[in-house]
Design a protein around this ligand. Structure first.
Ligand SMILES: [Zn+2]
Length: 116
């Protein structure tokens, strides 16, 4: 994981980072969005480790669109928006993590599997 207070440049890390900021603002009285955002964060961490394959990306997509629809407060909707935007605009970068086990920004701690 990223060390220090610097803002990470990898979109997977960055999305997780913004989600963490959003979660700090969460009222915690809205369990649907709060829980779902945390779930999204966990799946993002798996993607950052190169785990989960395409299923993990689909899982994040499904969780985020459900959170956007069911969130009772603005925090949940903002969190979901961040994730949906990231998936829409950086799908190749995210796919590289799970498909090639490669972090284009060199930020994520992916255990490389060298097969040759
Ligand atoms: Zn990465």
């Amino acid at each position: 994981m990223c060390s220090g207070g610097a803002i990470p440049r990898c979109i997977v890390e960055l999305t997780g980072y913004y989600l963490a900021l959003v979660l700090e603002e969460a009222c915690r009285e809205c369990p649907v969005c709060f829980q779902e955002l945390q779930e999204i964060q966990q799946v993002l961490r798996r993607i950052g480790r190169g785990e989960g394959g395409n299923g993990a990306v689909d899982e994040v997509k499904a969780l985020a669109s459900r959170a956007r629809e069911t969130a009772a407060c603005g925090v949940g909707r903002i969190g979901a928006e961040i994730v949906i935007e990231a998936l829409a605009n950086y799908d190749e970068e995210i796919a590289a993590h799970v498909q090639e086990r490669y972090c284009p920004a060199g930020v994520c701690d992916i255990r490389y599997v060298v097969e040759a």
